[in-house]
Design a protein around this ligand. Structure first.
Ligand code: MGD
Ligand code: MGD
Ligand code: SF4
Ligand code: MO
Length: 710
């Protein structure tokens, strides 16, 4: 072959929220090179080590290329065997129809995982199936992740997807809690090349302050790192608000004209002094005071908190307090502060605002959000008999056995179902229970427009890229699977099937009717974007309030009764904290939740699935790094290798999530060699943010002991 056979393609990386532009070279069916696209106005050539894994995902010999069904072998074990598409789709549609006919729609449970938001066909076409299955038993990774953000955005700004985005490139003071973008590449904050942006912030004399129970890679880069006892951020944030009021630093500026409830908030924190917060958080009162002053006095400043402050027992209280701080300091809706985006395909305009607590879960009475129930109660809904009990489970792009609290119980409960269907390319810890698995095309075989993450990006840009490879014969895209299944189910239930147009047509219509569409100078459409394969820059974020607010009367609402009430719960529950170790999570730049462990180049290097502990704690226990310890919580125990690190706050231990491979019946040769253990075997499904029902996978109370010799 010669160079003439080499083709160059443009593609956005969809693996995490950073949306890096890529240039991919192929020769025949082989990917020969993947690198950053310097012309992408957002990512400017940046990529992380995971970008090249797009090739590995595409070529992975363990990736399912054909549907499989589960059969029992003569020896009594389960095995998945390949079947053709018509049989697989009929099997799934028959099971769905019969479950609905005999037990009602609520007998169908559904769980959608994180990659479903990164796959635009899945976002556009899920409803082709689920409009026929309006079950109350819908779950997703949202409630082991960012549910508090949605709830607070709904309450304060009127739409669950209207999130203030840190304007890192223009800020002077950045207070960051419970986020490690140097490993995660940013979340609810699409910020490719975050390392350089944070370094630039420091280089122009600005400050980055990181509050985290672990001195993370991001904390290492920061101007200042502050340890905080897990689960106590609410005290830190409330005391900051107290200081703002006490020291006359509340100055919302133009926001005052359309903000309600600030005075009531001031009343609610009157007694919550830094001296009150200090013993709870482990942060000195002077320090809390100084940080509040510095943020308030900054020309432009940001308070931002992510995973670590939403997946904890007071996640919603924390996310609310963060927005109160942004409003009270006048840093919201201001360049260099936190701003709302104005994306080309505007989800705030195109989707419903969301709703809360319109019904509750059967078993535990946990509230719905956006017609989903908390994942922490999925097992209860499978196991609790009665009307509405889940008998058939549908999973799409998720691995809840490894990613939801008390995953071991779910692993067992999935075996108790009548039937299970998964739309997933992997035969993993969750899908191994499925009676039928419907695998979609590889990411390089379909086109991509990022419906979700342009809404969260630090610049307004738009980018569409066609597929790198043609879809091979006998392969279906995710969206085709959903519309096919929807049609087959509708036929069985005598319902009207929903028309199905390819996702690019739906996006085209949304772009053309959007703010940069037919009525604008930009004339954005799929055609225009095709002519600009590296994307189009629509400019920096700009102030947009009050027009952008979706609340009645376009006002920011801060005095949320449920949240103010939750301050009392915080005071109650933290007055009786035990002195056990607290378990927190940890991300590594070459991991991606549970699903990218089957690629050699992401797995090489030092083992990652170890329990990190402060060296003084190791010594206090009389232990040695490298030994194995048992970690026990209310729900179970696991064993992990101990590693000492002064990155850890004393009293806190850390394990990554997404490990625990090597289960019988899974397919993943490399992942199974790096099996590790699942920290979610000991996270507690009863330990949730009571307000939202979001799982508290951080701050879990655990006891440690030396593993007994075998
Ligand atoms: N203890 C603890 N638990 C956690 C977390 C933590 O920090 N600590 N983090 C939580 C967070 S933030 C999240 S988002 C969840 C993630 O939890 P999940 O979303 O449940 O898990 P993933 O590992 O992302 O599962 C991805 C699955 O999607 C499949 N997949 C990938 N791409 C596609 C596609 O294009 N189409 C289809 N159909 N399938 C695809 C993969 O094969 C894999 O099976 O985990 C949560 N759990
Ligand atoms: N490489 C990689 N990138 C990813 C992912 C991945 O698995 N790997 N997952 C993607 C997904 S789905 C998401 S949601 C994002 C998440 O992106 P981030 O929110 O940046 O997530 P983490 O890196 O887990 O950072 C959470 C931080 O919270 C800290 N923490 C834990 N408990 C507490 C607490 O009580 N208080 C405070 N203040 N901090 C606490 C932890 O030590 C950790 O440093 O990352 C995305 N990107
Ligand atoms: S940072 Fe995220 S989007 Fe960028 S290359 Fe890495 S995985 Fe892909
Ligand atoms: Mo996530």
């Amino acid at each position: 072959m010669n160079d003439a056979n080499i083709q160059t393609h443009h593609r956005v990386c969809h693996l995490c929220e950073a949306m890096c532009g890529l240039v991919i070279q192929t020769e025949g069916d082989a990917v020969i090179d993947i690198r950053g696209d310097r012309d992408d106005p957002l990512s400017r050539g940046h990529v992380c080590p995971k970008a090249v894994a797009l090739k590995d995902i595409h070529e992975d010999p363990d990736r399912l290329r054909k549907p499989v069904k589960r059969i029992r072998t003569a020896a009594g074990a389960y095995q998945h065997v390949e079947i053709d598409w018509p049989e697989a789709l009929d099997l799934a549609a028959d099971a769905l129809a019969s479950t609905i006919e005999h037990h009602g729609v609520d007998a169908v449970g559904a769980y959608f995982g994180n990659p479903s938001v990164h796959n635009y066909g899945m976002l556009t076409h899920q409803r082709n199936l689920f409009r026929h299955i309006r079950t109350r038993n819908r779950f997703s990774a949202t409630s082991v992740d960012q549910l508090p953000h949605h709830l607070v955005s709904l309450w304060c700004f009127g739409h669950m997807l209207l999130h203030p985005i840190p304007d890192v490139d223009r800020t002077h003071y950045f207070l960051m809690l419970g986020a490690n973008p140097l490993a995660s590449n940013g979340s609810i904050w699409t910020v490719p090349d975050v390392r350089r942006r944070l370094k630039d912030l420091k280089a122009r004399g600005g400050k980055l302050v990181v509050v985290d129970p672990r001195r993370t890679e991001t904390a290492e880069l920061a101007s200042e790192h502050v340890f905080i006892r897990p689960g106590t951020d609410a005290a830190f944030l409330l005391a900051m608000i107290h200081v703002l009021f006490r020291d006359d630093l509340v100055s919302p500026g133009p926001l005052a004209a359309f903000t309600d409830g600030l005075e009531e908030v001031g009343e609610a924190v009157r007694e919550l002094t830094p001296e009150w917060a200090a013993p709870l958080t482990g942060i000195e009162a002077d320090n809390i005071e100084r940080i509040a002053h510095d943020l308030a006095n900054a020309e432009a400043g940001i308070c931002y908190g992510r995973m670590g402050v939403s997946t904890q027992a007071f996640g919603s209280l924390c996310q609310w307090a963060i927005q109160v701080i942004n409003v009270a300091t006048g840093h919201l809706d201001k360049p260099g502060g936190s701003l709302f985006t104005r994306p080309a395909m505007d989800q705030v305009v195109n989707t419903n605002p969301g709703g809360f607590a319109r019904f509750a879960s059967r078993a535990r009475g946990l509230p719905e959000f956006n017609y989903e129930l908390p994942a922490a109660t999925m097992v209860d809904e499978i196991r609790t008999p009665g009307e509405g009990q889940i008998r058939l489970m549908f999973t799409g792009a998720g691995n809840p056995v490894l990613s939801t609290p008390n995953g071991r119980a779910l692993d067992e409960a999935l075996e108790e179902l009548d039937f299970m269907i998964s739309v997933d390319p992997a035969l993993n810890e969750t899908t191994r229970h499925a009676d039928v698995i419907l695998p979609p095309s590889s990411p390089l075989e379909h086109d991509h427009y990022d419906i979700a993450f342009h809404n969260l990006a630090i610049r307004n840009t738009a980018r569409y890229n066609p597929a790198v490879f043609d879809k091979p014969e006998g392969v279906m895209h995710d969206w085709e699977i959903f519309s096919e299944l929807g049609e087959r189910l509708a036929a069985r239930l005598n319902l009207e099937p929903m028309p199905s147009y390819p996702p690019d047509r739906l996006v085209d219509a949304a772009l053309r009717s959007g703010p940069y569409g037919d009525d604008s100078e930009w004339q954005l459409s799929i055609e225009t974007l095709k002519a600009h394969p590296s994307g189009i820059d629509l400019g920096p974020l700009a102030p947009s309030c009050p027009e952008r607010l979706q609340t009645p009367g376009q006002r920011i609402q801060l005095a949320i009764p449920e949240v103010l009430e939750d301050i009392q719960r915080f005071k109650r529950e933290t007055s009786t904290l035990d002195d056990h170790y607290r378990l927190i999570g940890r991300r590594h730049v070459r991991d991606n939740n549970s699903w990218m462990h089957n690629h050699h180049r992401l797995m090489k290097g030092k083992p990652r699935c170890q329990l990190l502990m402060n060296p003084d704690d190791v010594e206090k226990e009389g232990w040695k790094p490298g030994m194995w310890v048992t970690i026990k919580s209310r729900v179970g125990s696991i064993e992990a290798e101990l590693a000492a690190s002064d990155e850890m706050m004393p009293g806190v231990v850390s394990l990554p999530h997404g490990y625990g491979h090597g289960q019988a019946g899974t397919r993943g040769q490399i992942a199974n060699r790096h099996a590790g253990i699942s920290c979610n075997d000991i996270t507690d499904e009863q330990y949730v943010d009571q307000l939202s029902g979001n799982a508290a996978v951080n701050g879990v109370s655990v006891r440690l002991s030396a593993r007994l010799a075998a």
